[in-house]
Write a protein that binds this ligand. Structure first.
Ligand code: 4AD
Ligand code: MG
Length: 501
């Protein structure tokens, strides 16, 4: 292998000859010129081959390159104000590693199912590349935050003998003739570790077998679960807030260009860092949800969407007429505008179908139920900041949560709901720290006490008030990147009906 440099370093090598190893992203030719976009993992650079400047052999090699062929390119780095990176490469030599077979993913539009089938290749495309880099930075920021705060990172087991978050969503496996489950949460083990270290966090894969096909469910996702001794519910909420702000701030600093590439409205994220989160009790949230104000808001939304639909449909008609006798370049432009309009129209149609359903479900919401996705959307829509909803009815929450000393019907729980319709990204609580109470909860939830004997020990030997929460990594990536579906937030998503690639 020749000693090479990476695309992201090119600007340090102006007017010097360099070698770049990578893949052909796209080619375009114009008479005696060939434009070859080369991607190498660190970025993409336009490189130019000029027929008169190189040997016939190099020119022919250039002409033979196809999308995703692997190459080693030698050339001089030149300043180019028009390109995003500010540089381009004037090619003097090409070593072909492989001429790729016909690549299935072209630069045209593809359906999502097709792209999911080709996820192993789709990962190379610009958008997916940007998302994975944001994900990397979010992961790093999470570790940095906890390290700076004096937390110890622990790995919780993945094979477990018990449920943590309800018995209906477990993946069962055979463990040498014993029943085992893939973990739903590392929390219970985290509690044990917190009694050894004070403040810990887990960061690992978690599994949920709920038969849900919504855009916010994966069967395998990564969860970050801090657990802190001597923390009450308020301290838990404070930590969740400063944690999210830290992660978003770091990501904005380090992945500005990727987020821009994804078309993310950065001002929305900047506001998250600057403004306090809104804290509201479940009971107040229910009042808000069922209020006349919320009904009015949804009506207004309905009207806005309908008006926008009329405007867009008129625009489609105008563009159709223009396209009839437009030049080729203008037709391409119109096509791409049309695609955007149709995507927006699809979204509007979906909203127009949803809004009456949401309106009804919001109006009829009963105290004691858990919020559904649409209820969360309606609640968060009304604020720019994340919403921390606390003190949920104990009935809808997990067995380990401590009850509110002021109202036994309530659990000292809290969920963080992200704005712009993203909904729950964090779930957490103060934990029941009393031995007898915990025994009762385990019995009430029909859980076998024998399996939880180690967990009960934590309440026998120096029990203390403690709290923690779990952040869903993929939901966080979706929110920060502004994606509508979790399937693009993880390299190889596992969902109902998808086990490959
Ligand atoms: O609210 P959950 O179920 O809470 C727990 O598991 C607690 N043991 C956490 C704790 O207190 N230590 O899950 C926490 C978060 C959710 O807010 C959501 O972001 C994410 O995990 N999550 C999922 N993400 C993707 N797909 C799924 N099926 C998810 N289920 C939960
Ligand atoms: Mg939850």
């Amino acid at each position: 292998m020749k000693s090479s440099i990476t695309v992201d370093q090119l600007s340090h090598y102006l007017d010097q000859e360099v070698v770049i190893q990578g893949w052909v992203y796209r080619t375009r030719s114009s008479k005696h010129l060939l434009f070859i976009e080369v991607r190498d993992g660190s970025g993409i650079v336009q490189s130019i081959l000029t027929e008169h400047d190189v040997s016939e052999e190099v020119w022919r090699k250039g002409e033979s390159l196809r999308q995703e062929s692997s190459v080693c390119i030698t050339g001089v780095v030149k300043r180019d104000e028009r390109s995003e990176k500010g540089v381009e490469v004037h090619i003097s030599g090409i070593d072909i590693i492989q001429i790729a077979e016909d690549y299935p993913i072209s630069h045209k539009e593809h359906g999502v199912e097709f792209l999911m089938e080709n996820r192993h290749l789709w990962l190379r495309s610009q958008r997916q590349w940007a998302i994975m880099r944001v994900r990397h930075t979010i992961i790093n920021a999470i570790h940095q935050f906890f390290d700076e705060q004096g937390f110890i990172h622990m790995d919780a087991p993945i094979f477990t003998g018990n449920a943590a978050e309800g018995t209906t969503t477990l993946f069962e496996t055979d463990y040498f003739d014993e029943k085992a489950y893939l973990t739903q949460s590392g929390q219970l083990y985290g509690e044990a570790m917190a009694m050894a270290h004070g403040k810990i966090y887990t960061f690992g894969p978690t599994f949920r077998a709920e038969k849900s096909k919504t855009r916010r469910h994966l069967t395998e996702f990564w969860m970050i679960e801090p657990e802190m001794a001597f923390y009450d519910l308020n301290m838990n909420m404070d930590l969740a807030e400063s944690f999210l702000k830290y992660v978003i701030k770091k990501t904005l600093e380090e992945r500005n260009s990727e987020l821009n590439q994804l078309g993310r409205d950065l001002s929305k994220l900047e506001k998250i860092v600057e403004n306090p989160f809104i804290r509201i009790s479940y009971t107040d949230a229910v009042e808000k949800l069922t209020s006349a104000e919320t009904q009015g808001l949804l009506e207004k939304m309905n009207t806005q969407r309908s008006l926008r639909k009329v405007d867009l449909e008129a625009e489609v008609e105008t563009l159709k007429k223009e396209a009839g006798n437009a030049k080729k370049w203008r037709k391409t432009q119109i096509d791409s505008t049309m695609r955007e309009i149709h995507a927006e129209l699809d979204q509007i149609e979906e909203d127009l179908r949803n809004i009456p359903v949401w309106k009804k479900s919001a109006a009829e919401f009963q105290w004691g139920n858990d919020f559904g996705g649409s209820d969360e959307t309606i609640l968060t829509m009304q604020f720019d900041a994340p919403l921390i909803v606390h003190r949920y009815p104990a009935e809808v929450k997990a067995f380990y949560m401590k009850r509110d000393p002021e109202n036994d019907k309530l659990a000292l729980a809290m969920d963080v709901l992200a704005p712009e319709g993203y909904g729950e990204i964090i779930g957490g609580s103060q934990r029941e720290d009393d031995l007898e109470m915990m025994r009762n909860r385990i019995a009430e939830h029909d859980l076998p006490e024998s399996i939880f004997s180690w967990y009960l020990d934590l309440r026998k030997y120096g029990t203390v008030p403690h709290s923690g929460f779990g952040l869903g990594l993929e939901r966080t990536v979706a929110w920060i990147c502004g994606l509508s579906h979790l399937r693009e937030t993880i390299p190889f998503p596992r969902m109902m009906g998808r086990l490959s690639p």
